[in-house]
Design a protein around this ligand. Structure first.
Ligand code: SF4
Length: 94
């Protein structure tokens, strides 16, 4: 059996995305680059990116782990909630 990579494991999850409501609000112009880089590095799904225009974030693929909330609430993360009922990640075993 082939070795499973992180991408393989994440790929079996299913997402029911609430396209009307983003459950995480991000300060896309946050001025502290060290803080931004910490969030970019810590998200296990790789949803935060940083470039010259600021922070880019896409909640599609969020694992709802809360790591960014714990790390950066009221800094890069301005608001964090779970998705509304029936939306969000559905974890699956391969
Ligand atoms: S809750 Fe977890 S997976 Fe979702 S954006 Fe934050 S760190 Fe990434």
């Amino acid at each position: 059996m082939a070795k499973m990579t992180i991408d393989n494991k994440l790929g079996v999850n299913r997402f029911n995305v609430d396209e009307e409501n983003c459950h995480i609000q991000v300060d896309k112009q946050h001025a502290d680059h060290d803080e931004v880089n910490r969030v970019v590095r810590i998200c296990p799904a790789g949803l935060y990116k940083a470039d010259d225009d600021g922070v880019r974030f896409d909640y599609l693929g969020c694992l709802e782990c809360g790591t960014c909330r714990i790390l950066s609430q009221d800094k890069v993360v301005s608001q964090w909630d779970f998705p509304q009922g029936s939306f969000g990640v559905n974890f699956r075993k391969s």
